[in-house]
Design a protein around this ligand. Sequence first.
Ligand SMILES: NC(=O)c1ccc[n+]([C@@H]2O[C@H](COP(=O)([O-])OP(=O)(O)OC[C@H]3O[C@@H](n4cnc5c(N)ncnc54)[C@H](OP(=O)(O)O)[C@@H]3O)[C@@H](O)[C@H]2O)c1
Length: 280
Amino acid sequence: MKSPLHHSAQPARVGTALVTGASAGIGLEFCHALARRHYDLVLVARNTQRLETVAAMLQERYGVTCHVVTADLANRQAAADIDAFIEQRGLHIDFLVNNAALLYNGYFHELDRQAQEDLLAVNIVALTALTHRFLPGMIARRHGHILHVASTAAWVAIPQQNVYAASKAYVLSFSIALADEQRAWGSGVHISALCPSYTDTRMLDNPGQGRRLNIPRRLRLSAASVAEAGISACLAGAVVTIPGRVHQVSMALLQATPRVLAARLIGTCYRRLQGPTQPA
Ligand SMILES: NC(=O)c1ccc[n+]([C@@H]2O[C@H](COP(=O)([O-])OP(=O)(O)OC[C@H]3O[C@@H](n4cnc5c(N)ncnc54)[C@H](OP(=O)(O)O)[C@@H]3O)[C@@H](O)[C@H]2O)c1
């Protein structure tokens, strides 16, 4: 855990947002989108130096206050540590963005077991734990927003990314059901799921994540457009958001396709993109 970095020139603040995976990719763009709307920020990721650079940049550019929390969300203790940090600083979270996630490409039986368990811990367990920790405070204050980053992968079974896609299906299902619960409870808390398709971040090209997927650049969304779509849709009360008309239509078509057939089509396509993968 690191000390908060304070900034003197404060705009009219609207609350405090916590973003996991804030140091890069879509998470970094969520921070821009929230800071532009005058949210103070709690930035969570593993790399302290990157987080502090991002915090200094956001404070300088938007005049918001940023707090840096170094945490590995694969660790079961992480959500409790983040909660303790928030309490020690006397903060409360008005907007929670559960964004951090891991992805591994490749045949399940070839991928590292611990890596797949870490994926489940980050994508499912930490997301659920953080929501469970910060939701009661929002309900008590009768106001709050929680944005869960799922994926278009949530809608289909994806060979070579089977654990990732299954984890995102959990995120989507959990979010839709929780949104309805909160609506029925009249809590004033809004839950939203964002389902981006391929987005131009390190996640698509990270050599530490198994086989390269090789998605052509022209098919990738920009991280800034995805983050802006997610924040504005969440604030507007959308329960599920798929950025981009093409992707909305593709998902509708996939929903009308039998699941086993859809998986076969996607698997064939991914195996082509990834090159020869079959054992001799
Ligand atoms: N990129 C895509 O094509 C795409 C498509 C659909 C959905 N999504 C979803 O969008 C979200 C963001 O993805 P992205 O593409 O922006 O990913 P990214 O570029 O890989 O960035 C991931 C962020 O999460 C942090 N992080 C990773 N593992 C962590 C851990 N164990 N504990 C704490 N922080 C961790 C990373 O920082 P550190 O390494 O410093 O921890 C980084 O800030 C994810 O939920 C992803 O599933 C992405």
